[in-house]
Write a protein of this length. Structure first.
Ligand code: PMP
Length: 448
C-alpha cells in the first residue's frame, strides 16, 4: 500500500533521498508528457524527471529499440566489441562541430564531469580548474568539487586546485547590468550590448582574470567548466559575449574549455542543438547526460582526438559505459529527435510558454521570467524591488497546490525560490495553456 511504501522509504533509504512534496508522489506509469500515480491520477510532467525525459516517457520508438536490443545482447563491456556502440558514436558525434570527433560513454553526468576534468588536466599538463558559482556538475568526488552551489556541497573532498568564479547572473548578481535585465526580447535574455563591453560582461570577466592572476601558479590553468544556462542553480543565463571572452582567456593561459551540456543539450534550448552554440563558442570537451537517454542511464564525453589521446595508453575503464542497451536507446532517442523535430518544438512551444507567462509579471511575487526553449525559470520574490526570495511557506504552498491540480513543476536556485519548467520536449500549446492557468490559480490562492 501507499502508506507501507512511504514507511519503507523512511526506514530503508538514506534520509538524503528526499522526494518532492509533503505527501510524496508514488508514480506508477509514464506516457509521453504524462505521469500517473498509484490512484491513476494524471499529472502533466513539466519537469521531465529533472530535464531528463527528452522525447517523452516510454516513447514507443525508444521502447521498441530497447526491446529489440534486449532480446539480442545486454552486456559485453569494452573488452569485446559490439556494433551498436559504433553506430551510436557515429550518430552522436555527427551532431557536434567537426573537431569534436571522439566519444567516451559513461553512465551519469557526474562521471562525465570527472572524466572531463581528468582530460583537461592530462592534456594541458596543468592542474587548476575554474568553474562558476551557482553551478551544478554532479555529486561524485571530482564533480562535487567543481559544483559550486552551496546547497549541494558536502564537506567536500574536492582537494586543491578548484576555483569558483562569480557567476554572471544578470538578475541576482552584484553586477547586474540593467540593460541586460531590460532586454527588449524576453525570449533572449542575453545582454543587448553586442560588443560584450557592458558592465556585467566586463566585471564578471575581470573576476576570472583575477583568479588566474592571484590564485593560480603562473596563471597556468587546466580548464574552465560551465553550463550554457545554469540549471539546478535556477535557470541562470549569462550576458552575451561572456563565455566567448572567458574561453579566449582560458585558452591563452594553457587551459581547455568544457561545456556541460547535461541540461542544455539535445535541442532543449530551442534555437540550437547544443547550448554552447547560443554563446558562439566551440568547447574543447562537451559533457552530456540526462536528455541523451530519455531516462536510461547514459552519458558521454565528446572531445577532440588530440585531447582523447592524452589518456594515452593508460587503461581507462567503465564497466557499463556504452553498453548495448544504452547505445540502442541513445541512438533511438537521436532518431526520434530528428523524426519528430523536437528541437523545433522546443523552440516554438518554449516561445509560446514564455509569452504566456508574461501575464504573471503583474504579481508582486513573480520577480523574473527567463530561459530559452523548454528550459524556463520563474523566480519568486517577496518584493519585486528588493528581490528578496519568496518565503519558503508561500513557495511551497504554490508548488503543492499546482501538484494537487495535476501540474508538476521543478524547484531550484540557490534560495530554492525558482520554479523550473523543463518538460519532455513533446509538450504542446494546450499543455502550456494548462500549465499557466494552473500556475496562476495557485499564485492567486496564496499571494499575500
Ligand atoms: N551537470 C549538470 C548541469 C546537471 O544538471 C547534473 C545533474 N543535475 C549533472 C551534471 C550530474 O548528472 P548526474 O546526476 O547524472 O550525475
Amino acid at each position: 500500500s501507499f502508506e507501507m511504501i512511504r514507511g519503507t522509504l523512511k526506514k530503508k533509504l538514506f534520509p538524503s533521498v528526499t522526494p518532492y512534496y509533503k505527501t510524496p508522489l508514488l508514480i506508477h506509469e509514464g506516457k509521453m508528457q504524462w505521469l500517473f500515480d498509484h490512484n491513476g491520477k494524471r499529472y502533466l510532467d513539466m519537469f521531465g524527471g529533472i530535464v531528463t525525459v527528452s522525447v517523452g516517457h516510454c516513447h514507443p520508438k525508444v521502447i521498441s529499440a530497447l526491446e529489440e536490443q534486449m532480446n539480442n545482447l545486454w552486456h559485453t563491456t569494452s573488452i569485446y566489441m559490439h556494433p551498436m556502440i559504433y553506430e551510436y558514436a557515429d550518430a552522436l558525434t555527427s551532431k557536434l562541430p567537426e573537431n569534436l570527433k571522439v566519444v567516451y560513454f559513461v553512465n551519469s553526468g557526474s562521471e562525465a564531469t570527472d572524466l572531463a576534468i581528468l582530460l583537461a588536466r592530462l592534456y594541458s599538463k596543468n592542474y587548476d580548474i575554474i568553474s562558476l558559482r551557482n553551478s551544478y556538475h554532479g555529486m561524485s568526488f571530482g564533480a562535487m568539487g567543481v559544483t559550486a552551489l552551496s546547497t549541494w556541497k558536502h564537506p567536500s573532498p574536492a582537494g586543491p586546485g578548484i576555483h569558483h568564479a562569480m557567476n554572471p547572473d544578470v538578475y541576482r548578481g552584484i553586477w547586474g547590468g540593467s540593460h541586460c535585465r531590460d532586454s527588449p526580447s524576453q525570449t533572449d535574455r542575453h545582454c543587448s550590448c553586442e560588443s560584450g563591453q557592458c558592465d556585467a560582461s566586463v566585471k564578471y570577466f575581470d573576476q576570472v582574470e583575477e583568479i588566474l592572476k592571484y590564485s593560480i601558479p603562473k596563471g597556468k590553468v587546466a580548464g574552465f567548466i560551465a553550463e550554457s544556462i545554469q540549471g539546478v542553480g535556477g535557470t541562470v543565463q549569462f550576458p552575451k559575449e561572456y563565455l566567448k571572452k572567458v574561453y579566449n582567456l582560458i585558452r591563452s593561459n594553457g587551459g581547455v574549455c568544457i561545456a556541460d551540456e547535461v541540461q542544455t543539450g539535445f535541442g532543449r534550448t530551442g534555437d540550437h542543438f547544443w547550448g554552447f552554440e547560443m554563446h558562439g563558442v566551440q568547447p574543447d570537451i562537451v559533457t552530456m547526460a540526462k536528455g541523451i537517454g530519455n531516462g536510461f542511464p547514459l552519458a558521454a564525453v565528446v572531445t577532440t582526438p588530440e585531447i582523447a589521446q592524452s589518456l594515452g595508453q593508460a587503461l581507462h575503464f567503465n564497466t557499463f559505459g556504452g553498453n548495448p542497451l544504452a547505445s540502442a536507446v541513445g541512438l533511438a532517442v537521436l532518431n526520434v529527435m530528428e523524426e519528430e523535430n523536437t528541437q523545433l518544438n522546443s523552440k516554438n512551444v518554449g516561445t509560446y510558454l514564455i509569452d504566456k507567462l508574461q501575464k504573471l509579471r503583474k504579481y508582486e511575487c513573480v520577480g523574473d521570467i527567463r530561459g530559452k526553449g523548454l528550459m524556463i525559470g520563474v523566480e519568486m520574490v517577496n518584493n519585486k524591488e528588493t528581490r528578496e526570495p519568496l518565503s519558503r511557506e508561500y513557495f511551497q504552498a504554490i508548488w503543492e497546490n499546482c501538484k494537487d491540480m495535476g501540474l508538476l513543476l521543478g524547484a531550484g536556485g540557490l534560495h530554492g525560490n525558482v520554479f523550473r519548467i523543463k518538460p519532455p520536449m513533446c509538450v504542446n500549446n494546450n499543455d502550456i495553456n494548462f500549465t499557466v492557468e494552473v500556475f496562476e490559480t495557485a499564485i492567486e490562492s496564496f499571494v499575500k
